[in-house]
Write a protein that binds this ligand. Structure first.
Ligand code: SF4
Length: 348
């Protein structure tokens, strides 16, 4: 067993996290899988309420497999990276059909399922069944990069290979689940991205970055590139009863299958007139909002049209008028939900 794993295993018992909802009984591969997928790109504090609602709604893999995809997306609404929800649902269906309602214990079979890559498969196998498989999520990468003093950007294929090798070397043959939890806990609570708490760290004595006083400089940041900005108008068409027009997005691309607002790249009035009649005086440009994606920045310019008269002639299957209470139950992207909660009052 490596020095790092020995120190971490002892530290986890003393100071690690033991009361996260997915660690509490009944501990199961299903619960760990849901948590691991939710935790991809998302912090624990954000995940906890979603995890609890998800498990209350679908306590078993069979329950999730028989759920409607729109209901899964609606519960995921606000958590982002919606492909994860669709993959969870697809994987549940595969496992209900082919694996008797459980996740496979075979690494290759598990890692091949939708939305489960190498690290998530390792995390499930280690935490659910204590099998000695390595994990390499963002927290683990940061800890290993600092501990081994890797002074190059860890995103390249060569360094990723090196990190996987180190992750495997440190994974103990016994207590792999506790070790996985320990290194994730260390990354989340001590070896944090900014201002790591090296004086409280159980591996500080052997940490290369600490020894060289370079903990604030590692990991080396990715070369900065400026992201393109896309501009779009969102049309908020509100009729006299308060209903608004929503449009379901296509299965591919941004926010797949979520309900959003009709969009117009240019000429919002012209586009709005396709769906409803309105009076110029009841049109209002709302403050712009910005949403950052990995590959671009979206600048949204919302335009509110009050008291519109819906056109019966333009019935499009992916569009629907919803009251505010029905809209709240839809799978909405977070910026749409935010925008709706800050809308001006209806005129009297
Ligand atoms: S000593 Fe500091 S930099 Fe090194 S692993 Fe611990 S917290 Fe991270």
């Amino acid at each position: 067993m490596s020095r790092l794993s020995e120190d971490l295993l002892a530290w986890q018992i003393r100071s690690g996290r033991h009361d996260l909802p997915w660690q509490c009984p009944p501990r199961s591969a299903y619960r760990i899988w849901i948590a691991e997928v939710m935790l991809q790109q998302t912090q624990v504090a954000t995940v906890i309420p979603y995890f609890q609602r998800f498990l209350a709604m679908w306590p078993t893999l069979f329950d999730l497999a028989s759920a409607d995809e729109d209901a899964v997306l609606a519960l995921w609404s606000g958590l982002g990276y919606y492909r994860r929800a669709r993959y969870l649902h697809a994987t549940a269906r595969i496992c209900a059909d082919q694996c008797d309602g459980d996740l496979p214990r075979d690494f290759d079979a598990l890692a091949a399922l939708p939305g489960i890559g190498r690290s998530t498969a390792g995390a499930i196998l280690a935490q659910a069944w204590d099998l000695p498989f390595a994990i390499l999520d963002g927290n683990v990468k940061r800890v290993l990069t600092r501990y081994h003093g890797i002074a190059v950007w860890p995103g390249s294929a060569t360094v990723t290979r090196q990190l996987w090798q180190l992750a495997e070397e440190h994974t103990p043959s016994q207590h792999a689940g506790r070790y996985a939890q320990a290194i994730m806990d260390l990354g989340a609570t001590v070896c944090t991205p900014r201002r790591p708490r090296c004086t409280d760290c159980p591996v500080a004595h052997h940490c290369s970055a600490r020894g060289q006083g370079r903990e604030a400089q590692l990991p080396v940041q990715a070369p900065r590139k400026s992201l393109p900005v896309r501009h779009i108008h969102w049309l908020l068409l509100r009729d006299a009863t308060g209903r608004m027009l929503f449009q379901q997005r296509p299965a591919d691309g941004l926010w797949p299958r979520l309900w959003s607002l009709p969009e117009a790249p240019h000429s919002p009035d012209q586009h709005a007139a396709l769906f409803a009649d309105f009076d110029e005086a009841d049109r209002q440009a709302l403050p712009a909002l910005r949403h950052a994606f990995t590959h671009f920045t979206l600048d949204v310019h919302p335009v509110l049209f009050q008291g519109v008269r819906p056109r019966a002639a333009c019935a499009i299957p992916t569009m629907a008028w919803h009251s505010p209470s029905d809209a709240a139950k839809l799978a909405l992207p977070a910026p749409v939900r935010r925008l709706l909660t800050h809308l001006p009052e209806m005129p009297r």
